[in-house]
Design a protein around this ligand. Structure first.
Ligand code: KG4
Ligand code: ZN
Length: 335
């Protein structure tokens, strides 16, 4: 089965062709980061309008890259939520109209299921069952995954998501959007130990997270530096380093706990924050100590992309699922 995947939930237009026999055939991505940067975050109306512009050229692009005629697919999969409703509607309406014209089924898929399954696109995919750490701009969740569609929530953030904490921390120090890659880059030059921030909710049992207190601790430290007239790039880097360290350690502690609680030996991490090199290294080290293994996608498939939607859609279309009734997009949608 060959599926065209369409991702438009936020500020990236991602298109891909996935074939159940041959794997990923082609993918194309347009990131709107430059469009939103001057506003310090995503402007929903601008995001929707830009998806309208990018969809057709990117779809043409993937068929050309795969050396296939337009429409040579058995189904279309699009992100139905969670995300920005206007942006989701652009991709959803396009997918459903196109599926109608090409006389193939369409299926709305869950954005976080896409992220969760993205490591399956790699040469050495993880095997079910596993524990998944989903860390994106909107979600931080630990999930027990027994198979496609068999997801049991083990824990989640009670306030900010990990990526959101990166973005807000960057913003409060005047760094550009999106903050995750900026903080990660600065942290490389940071001196360890100059600042120390809390590891929230690690001193009590359970698998939930909370990152808003950490953000406040950074804000207080930054205000103190400003009061002392020390807002140098080195100070920003030292704060970034301590912040990243606190997030990484918190995530590692909870992942270790989840592996122990479930008795599983496979950890999968996915979502934008899983592109973070320090987090990858720290999880490699932790899982090695437990004789377990960690899997993640290549960096471009950690952040939003069409390939993960094509893959997730293909699995569900193969299982006989497709859209029933009208177009449904959901800003909020539990996994
Ligand atoms: O999965 P994603 O592309 O979009 C959502 O579904 O939210 O995740 C975006 C998030 C942003 O918060 C961004 O700052 C963060 O992932 N991010 C990173 C890194 N790259 C992206 N956070 C930490 N380190 C990175 N290298
Ligand atoms: Zn995402």
């Amino acid at each position: 089965m060959r599926v065209l995947g369409i991702e438009t939930s936020c500020d990236e237009t991602g298109i891909a062709l996935y074939d159940s026999e041959r794997g990923l055939l082609a993918d194309a991505l347009f990131s709107q980061i430059d469009l939103h940067r001057i506003y310090g975050g995503v402007v929903p109306e601008l995001a929707s309008r830009d998806h309208v512009k990018r969809l057709v050229p990117l779809v043409r692009d993937v068929f050309a890259k795969a050396d296939l005629p337009m429409g040579a697919v058995d189904g279309l999969a699009y992100t139905a939520g969670p995300g920005l409703v206007g942006a989701l509607l652009v991709g959803g309406a396009f997918a459903r109209a196109t599926a109608h014209a090409w006389q193939v089924p369409a299926l709305g898929v869950h954005h976080m299921e896409g992220h969760l399954l993205a490591p399956m696109l790699e040469a050495r995919p993880p095997a079910f069952p596993f524990v998944a750490l989903l860390v994106s701009g909107g979600h931080t969740q630990l999930v027990q995954v027994n198979g496609i569609g068999q997801y049991q929530l083990l824990g989640e953030s009670l306030d900010d998501a990990a990526g959101e904490a990166f973005d807000k921390t960057a913003k409060l120090m005047g760094l550009p959007y999106p903050g995750g890659p900026e903080i990660a880059r600065l942290a490389q030059q940071g001196q360890a130990g100059r600042f120390v921030f809390p590891r929230p909710m690690t001193d009590r049992p359970g698998l939930d997270f909370s990152f808003s207190g950490l953000k406040t601790a950074v804000l207080n430290a930054w205000h103190e530096c400003q009061r002392q007239g020390d807002t140098s790039q080195q100070t920003q880097a030292d704060i970034a380093r301590a912040f990243e360290q606190a997030v990484v350690e918190t995530l590692v502690i909870k992942c270790r706990r989840a592996l122990k609680a479930t008795g599983m030996k496979t950890l999968v991490m996915a979502g934008g924050v899983s592109a973070n090199q320090h987090l990858r290294q720290a999880l490699e080290k932790m899982t090695a100590g437990l004789r377990a293994e960690v899997f993640y996608a290549r960096p471009v498939f950690c952040t939003d992309n069409g390939a993960m939607i094509a893959y997730a859609g293909c699995q569900r279309l193969l299982a006989g699922q497709h859209d029933e009734g009208g177009l449904i997009t959901r800003a909020r949608w539990p996994l």
